[in-house]
Design a protein around this ligand. Structure first.
Ligand SMILES: *[C@@H]1O[C@H](CO)[C@@H](O)[C@H](O)[C@H]1NC(C)=O
Ligand SMILES: *[C@@H]1O[C@H](CO)[C@@H](O)[C@H](O)[C@H]1NC(C)=O
Length: 443
């Protein structure tokens, strides 16, 4: 590329850095409060113009399709006023706004399912927030919940700012069980947990699905875990992480009274599924050799093992993949990182190397004092004011909180928890700068 362009790009980078420094000085005072409470009677949210936002770190990738259609991207005027002439100029070329999926057809959306009952409303919303916060691709949320929680989900999701709501659509479903006795399924392990077994049957029009427990947090774009679907070989139709990294001390090898996958079992808190394949596959089990469709297999399996299982539907999944190991893709522990991976010492190599990608605060650790590192992450995402500067309002507070966790084994490896967040923020930032510079000048 030409020298002059390179120089221009460098200059821009320097300008952006300066801008950032300036902004962090005045952030806090400058940022108006996130529009948290919007009265239910207010006009449709698209009509309410969001306040001008800070460029740089605060701008999440994708100033989005709807913003683009209505008017010039709203970040720009402020940048212009600050003297970044070329920023202003390039902002006028809407084609360069590399927003996430202006034209992405629905079949390319990410489908994310969660089953939330009882007092899991806040936790679920924080999980969804983490998904939207870091992801690029448009998402369809499938929320399965009790009748009583439905209005609150609807209400809260609609109160999120535009820049968030345009990245997803959501559907809310009642809890339903299509085979066997619904009351029996509901009692299994936790109320509603068995619902996930029926997702392939209920979501008939969905090709692939990421299911997560409510106590999961995404620390990097959901796009990245979604890509693992492409790595399935021809017989694989679902993906999960091992239940434990050290089989000998894992729960299944010590206590299970039923068959389970591999040497340590698998954890179903984060589960990637190709539903198309699940619906058309024939599954072997101990009772029959010829194979049964997914839906027809569930109830007989449950009947046979109900007195031996402890962890409900996760145990059933382990039994299914014990008899059908060729169907399972096992992804590494960084995609389902639990207290087990650090509370007795760090044992998840991939997370040590690449950082935690998906955090799973099981055993209620977001809500008690047992694992303050997990709690700190939960609270940082929960309390992040939607449109603030990520560094200022999430990363720095998080680092401070981590200082108070060093007395725990998990707290001694903060970089494992922070690596992906750092990377994500850096990418968001670079993308933003590259957008300004324009594709022709940055290659
Ligand atoms: C799921 O499997 C079907 C059938 O093999 C395939 O056509 C489809 O592309 C797969 N979906 C994804 C996202 O890989
Ligand atoms: C796909 O991978 C699984 C797990 O490694 C293996 O058991 C299975 O045989 C593979 N299928 C094919 C068709 O290679």
């Amino acid at each position: 590329m030409k020298l002059r362009n390179k120089a221009a790009a460098l200059l821009l980078l320097a300008l952006a850095a300066l801008l950032l420094a300036l902004l962090s000085l005045r952030a806090g005072r400058a940022a108006p409060p996130a529009p948290l409470a919007r009265p239910a009677s207010a006009p449709p949210r698209r009509a309410a113009p969001a306040p001008a936002r800070l460029p740089g770190w605060s701008a999440l990738p994708g100033a989005g399709p709807s913003a683009r259609r209505r008017r010039p991207p709203r970040l720009r005027p402020r940048a212009g006023r600050r003297g970044a002439v070329s920023l202003k100029k390039s902002a006028r070329r809407p084609g360069e706004l590399r927003s996430f999926q202006a034209e992405l057809p629905p079949e390319l959306w990410i489908h994310l399912a969660v089953v939330a009952c009882g007092n899991r409303l806040e936790e679920t919303l924080v999980m969804l927030k983490s998904a939207v916060l870091f992801s690029h691709r448009k998402m369809q949320f499938h929320i399965f919940t009790e009748e009583s929680l439905k209005p609150e989900f609807d209400k809260q999701l609609r109160q999120w700012p535009d820049s968030y709501t345009k990245k997803f659509e959501h559907r809310i479903y009642p809890i339903t069980f299509s085979a066997g006795n619904p009351q029996e399924w509901k009692k299994l392990f936790k109320p509603c947990a068995a619902q996930r077994l029926f997702l392939p049957v209920i979501l008939k029009d969905v090709d692939s699905l990421l299911y997560v427990d409510t106590d999961v947090l995404f620390l990097r774009p959901v796009d990245d875990i979604w890509k693992l679907l492409r790595q399935f070989n021809s017989t694989q139709l679902a993906a999960m992480a091992p239940e434990h990294e050290i089989p000998k001390i894992g729960w299944y090898s010590r206590f299970a009274r039923h068959p389970f996958y591999g040497s340590a079992g698998v954890n179903s808190g984060v589960m990637l599924m190709n539903l198309t394949r699940i619906r058309s596959a024939q599954f072997k089990n101990s009772m029959i050799s010829t194979g049964l469709a997914w839906e027809d297999m569930l109830y007989p399996l449950y009947q046979k093992y109900k007195n031996a299982i402890t962890w409900g539907d996760q145990d059933l999944l382990n039994i299914i993949f014990y008899f059908n190991p060729e169907c399972l893709y096992v992804f590494p522990c960084q995609w389902n990182y639990r207290p087990d991976h650090c509370m007795y010492g760090s044992n998840c190599r991939e997370a040590e190397r690449e950082g935690v990608s998906v955090l799973h605060g099981n055993r209620g650790v977001y809500h008690d004092e047992k694992q303050p590192t997990f709690k700190a992450l939960y609270e940082a995402i929960r309390d992040f004011p939607f449109q603030d500067n990520l560094f200022q309002s999430m990363y720095y507070p998080l680092q401070l909180k981590f200082l108070e966790t060093v007395h725990t084994l998990c707290g001694r490896i903060p970089q494992v928890f922070l690596k992906q967040i750092e990377k994500t923020m850096k990418r968001a930032y670079e993308k933003h700068v590259i957008i300004h510079v324009g594709p022709n000048q940055m290659h």
